[in-house]
Ligand binder design. Structure first.
Ligand code: FAE
Length: 547
């Protein structure tokens, strides 16, 4: 009997409350095939950690978008699935009664194994605002490479725990440049709609947008875009907009309206913890082990694959090492996590036949942040929702799509903040460094200049129309552009290059890539809808063809 069958399915260490809180599970039930919340809760109650020596049918590394889609669809097809997640379960309230901390009071829960926060907007009035925290397996990882810091979510739900929830489908005209080997009709007729329904994406109600104090920052962004001749586009988000209006009315606990940004969201956001993951659990075929980090995958002598992992405590110490075997392994550890594992496995001889495209084609989705200083008569509001709702589209003419981002610090700043996605053409590669025994990334900070030039096609124009200037106090002292980070790592195991056209690592039957690593560096908009839709497409093909 398999270890899975012996233990019964569940979420190791997850409570019923953590997975079924909020309104998202209702939507998930409708969109994901009528899963039973009661069944998911029962699965969560039966949970125990994966055992050393277990044999599993399918092992999924990572619980972000790609991993959650793969687990749900495999389980619905009758396959027993073990999900392995290096981060925490995020289902237990801290001493303040909340699972997640907020932006202005970050504590140990905020960052993954750091002794000081590393906030993307790390200065105010040119003064550093990072603060000391206890080292802990917190929710946001700021992973440093030589030329860039890559922000990623850690925990069950991956990036969905920390992101802004902007659920943006790229314009179909741009799709050919994003995933050239994928049939766009199939994506736009089947898989994007399936992904958006499963994720629970929706647009802010217009009447409320126009009147609420919480979106004054976005209305200023809209007005200024229009005055400079740029379209401002409302974009869907997975936040429950009805819930946010109740927050405004004071009838429910606040989350988006309580400065919850970057470090998790306690109530209104439909993260994967409220959609795909409980739907997967409700099948009765899925188990999840949090605080387990996969370190190696190699062919097993009797067939299938040997997977090694470290079980961690909340200080990041290894408390157990485990060896399991799996018939199939799905790499869904995110662009960086999957690429690092595959490059290391190839170059240290565990998976030597992975091709030379593995590790290539990595990009930052052209991310660039900037702030503008508005005129005194254009305040952006002391009270700002943490959830963005629109962007400025200048992709075709200038290569930039700028999300109008909040700066919810509770005081009037007169600042407009933007996260731009640009058509930055540079691509980096991952490589194994035998002297440090780590995987390096060849990205250079200077490459961000192309993104800055593209973002300036929007903001130079707006500054000129408005008679305003850039803020130089948010990312350093006299530093205009945040050119040291990305929120959107993409690539490293590109579809139809490192894998076949559906994510199979063909040199090793039964190994698949299912996450942002498949996308070659840019999606023209925020990426998680495309990652989800592509995973829906790929796993359907893999299941239909028997793996
Ligand atoms: P991801 O969600 O990162 O999941 C990978 C999972 O694998 C994580 O839970 C890892 O902890 C886990 N993992 C990694 N290595 C291992 C290992 N060795 N063993 C076990 N587990 C492992 O991957 N995108 C949007 O579309 N809209 C937004 O509004 C948006 N805002 C963002 C804001 C922030 C601050 C950040 C950081 C990202 C944002 N993103 C946004 C990006 C989005 O969250 C990201 O593209 C997806 O989460 C990537 O999905 P994957 O499935 O590739």
């Amino acid at each position: 009997m398999s270890a899975t069958a012996r233990r019964g399915p569940g979420v190791r260490g997850l409570s019923r409350r953590g997975f079924l809180a909020g309104t998202g599970s209702v939507l998930g039930a409708a969109a994901l095939g009528g899963f039973s919340a009661a069944k998911a809760a029962a699965a969560a109650r039966r949970a125990t950690p994966i055992g050393n020596g277990a044999h599993v049918q399918a092992l999924v590394i990572g619980t972000g978008y790609g991993g959650s889609v793969a687990a749900l669809r495999l389980a619905q097809a009758g396959v027993a699935v073990e999900m392995i997640e290096m981060g925490m379960a995020w289902d237990t309230p801290g001493s303040d009664g909340k699972i997640f901390c907020n932006l202005t009071s970050p504590d140990q829960r905020s960052f993954w194994l750091r002794t000081e926060t590393k906030q993307p907007v790390g200065y105010f009035l040119g003064i550093p605002i990072d603060r000391a925290i206890a080292s802990y397996t917190g929710i946001l990882d700021a992973e440093d490479f030589a030329g860039i810091t890559v922000y990623q979510g850690r925990g069950i739900g991956g990036g969905s725990l920390v992101n802004g929830g902007m659920a943006v489908t790229p314009k179909q005209a741009n799709f050919g440049a994003i995933l050239p080997s994928v049939d766009p009709n199939e994506m736009y007729n089947v898989y994007y709609p399936r992904a958006n329904a499963g994720l629970g994406a929706g647009v802010i109600p217009n009447g409320w947008f126009n009147t609420t104090q919480w979106y004054e920052f976005a209305r200023v962004g809209q007005k200024q875009a229009g005055r400079s001749g740029f379209p401002f586009e409302f974009v869907p988000d997975v936040y429950d907009w009805n819930y946010m209006q109740q927050e405004d009315a004071g009838t429910v606990p606040r989350s988006a309206l309580a400065q919850e940004l970057l470090y998790g969201n306690n109530y209104g956001k439909k993260s994967l913890q409220k959609t795909y993951i409980p739907a997967a659990l409700a099948t009765g075929k899925v188990n999840i082990s949090p605080l387990h980090k996969v370190t190696s995958v190699s062919p097993a002598s009797g067939g299938g694959y040997t997977v090694l992992m470290n079980q961690l405590d909340t200080s990041g110490n290894v408390v157990a090492t485990k060896e399991v075997t799996a018939d199939k392994v799905v790499f869904a550890a995110g662009s960086v996590g999957t690429s690092k594992l595959l490059v290391q496995m190839r170059d240290t001889g565990q998976l030597p036949n992975l091709n030379d495209q593995v590790g290539q084609g990595w990009g930052d989705n052209g991310n660039i942040m900037v702030g503008r200083a508005n005129q005194i008569w254009d305040p952006t509001g002391a009270n700002q929702s943490t959830i963005p709702c629109g962007g400025i589209d200048n992709w075709t003419a200038g290569g930039a799509f700028a999300e109008v981002a909040p700066l919810p610090i509770g005081i009037e700043t007169w600042a407009s903040l933007y996260l731009s996605i640009t058509r930055n053409p540079h691509r980096a590669q991952f490589s194994w460094n035998s002297s440090t025994q780590k995987v390096d990334l060849s990205w250079q900070q200077a490459w961000k200049q192309d993104g800055i030039t593209m973002a300036k096609t929007i903001f130079d124009k707006i500054n000129s129309t408005e008679g305003t200037i850039y803020r130089t106090d948010l990312f350093g002292t006299y530093k205009t552009w945040q050119d040291e980070i990305t929120y959107h790592p993409l690539g490293g195991a590109v579809l139809n290059q490192a894998t076949d056209n559906y994510g199979r690592l063909t040199a090793y039957p039964g190994l698949y890539v299912m996450d942002g690593a498949l996308i070659p560096g840019n999606t023209s908009v925020n990426p998680f809808v495309t990652i989800t839709a592509l995973a829906e497409r790929n796993i359907e093909n893999i299941i239909a063809n028997g793996g």
